[in-house]
Design a protein around this ligand. Structure first.
Ligand SMILES: Cc1ncc(COP(=O)(O)O)c(C=O)c1O
Length: 413
């Protein structure tokens, strides 16, 4: 692991060298915002450093309830419930919904999961021990094929479709309208992981679900507090009935200590800042557009991304590392991501934009990355297109790899 001195601002000192930080999920710069820091410090003084136990054991605290209400309002849902992290939220939610059988009974559920979903969703599928149908990335025809073949006659088996909204390694957005439409048609539930959508997309940063006009049409929206909201933790936004079900069935919530009050208060303050300054979201997206333009001018292929996550696909893992190291020497830190986090042959530099980057910084960064690529022996634009490197599964069935196997589709960010 590399060593960063100071907070996760847009510029950091990395192993003693000042660099532009281009790979942090602190998208809005809220992790070190003065109001967010103060809220965390005040909460530590008022409620203490830790929550003491699971909320089901030692009781829930005022600050947790307050954040849950604020998040539900923000996401346009009746209710929400906090989890210890996004990883724990997906583990708990996928497992709980897979057990929410229906006519087929608990063991009869099928989970439908995008092949590039985050590792926490993949692990949720594994732990749920439900049958899992992995559909080709964003391929609604393959998903429809799976729904038709796996569910059987109407009301025979229950199902749940799970997808990231913004894919963490590719920066593309799931076809949410089609997915929700298919879910309604087949009578299955939906879970959308807005880890990288919350605070980044949609009106006021309410996410990709809101952007698609689907508020109230997704059974569970998972969001994280450790990325655009600058704190730590996660939540599931849903109906009050679903919240009660999750509270009593999601094992990662029941059997884990509640979020520490300073993290909860920090997220609450960050949410307030975001709601007072929705222009931060516009700035983030404008920065993403700007760096894509600059990178395209350098010859990089960046058309696959439409969000604040911009991958520069290099292909070979060692080559990606060399480009990364050379860019750091030039003052730009964009971490190389390799298998098993991304599929074989698609190693990349994963760029994550921040609203606090300036245009000049981004212009200079694109030039540095272009030079670093050439110095390291990679011609920008020569990377394997992501889609070409993925296994062709359509219309065959693929299943989630066993626990001991490699996470070919897992994502660490
Ligand atoms: C899509 C997605 N879901 C969930 C997570 C996990 O969130 P957390 O870091 O809060 O555990 C991440 C990031 O790591 C992610 O990229």
């Amino acid at each position: 692991m590399r060593h960063v001195s100071g907070p996760q601002g847009s510029r950091v000192v990395l192993d003693g060298r000042p660099v532009l930080l281009l790979c942090s999920n602190n998208y809005l710069g809220l992790a070190d915002h003065p109001r967010v820091r103060e809220a965390a410090a005040d909460a530590a003084m008022r409620w203490g450093a830790g929550a003491g136990a699971s909320r089901l054991v030692s009781g829930t605290m005022t600050i947790h309830r307050r954040l849950e209400e604020a998040l539900a309002t923000f996401k346009g849902t009746e209710s929400s419930v906090l989890f210890g992290s996004g990883y724990l939220a997906n583990l708990g939610v996928v497992g709980a919904l897979a057990r929410l059988g229906g006519a087929g009974g608990p063991s009869g559920s099928v989970v439908f999961s995008d092949e590039l979903n985050h590792a926490s969703i993949i692990d949720g599928c594994r732990l749920a021990r439900a049958e899992t149908f992995v559909y080709d990335h964003c391929d609604v025809e393959h998903l429809a094929w799976g729904l038709r073949h796996k569910l059987g006659p109407p009301n025979h088996r229950a199902g749940v479709i799970v997808t990231d909204s913004v894919f963490s390694m590719d920066g593309d957005v799931a076809p949410l309208e089609e997915i929700v439409e298919l879910a309604h048609r087949h009578g299955v539930r939906t879970v959308v992981d807005e880890a990288h959508g919350t605070g980044c997309l949609g009106p006021g940063g309410r996410g990709a679900v809101a952007d698609a006009g689907l508020e109230g049409h997704v059974d569970v929206v998972v969001g994280t507090l450790g990325k655009a909201l600058g704190a730590y933790g996660a939540f599931a936004a849903c109906s009050a009935e679903m919240r009660d079900y999750l509270t009593n069935s999601a094992r990662s919530l029941i059997f884990s200590t509640a979020l520490p009050p300073p993290a909860v208060a920090a997220a609450l303050a960050a949410l307030e800042v975001l709601q007072e300054h929705p222009e931060m979201v516009d700035r983030l997206q404008a920065n993403a557009d700007a760096i894509r333009d600059e990178l395209a001018r350098e010859g990089f292929e960046v058309a696959g991304s439409s969000t604040q996550i911009v991958p520069l696909v290099v292909g070979d893992a060692d080559l990606a590392m060399r480009v990364c190291e050379t860019a750091i020497e030039g003052g730009v830190f964009a971490q190389a991501i390799r298998p098993p986090t991304v599929p074989d042959g698609t190693s990349r530099l994963r760029l994550a934009l921040m609203a606090t980057h300036t245009r000049e910084e981004l212009r200079a960064a694109a030039r540095t990355l272009g030079r670093a690529a050439l110095q390291a022996g990679f011609r920008p634009g020569a990377g394997v297109p992501v889609a070409a490197a993925q296994p062709a599964g359509h219309p065959e069935e693929r299943v989630v790899a066993p626990l001991a196997g490699e996470d070919t589709a897992a994502a660490a960010a």
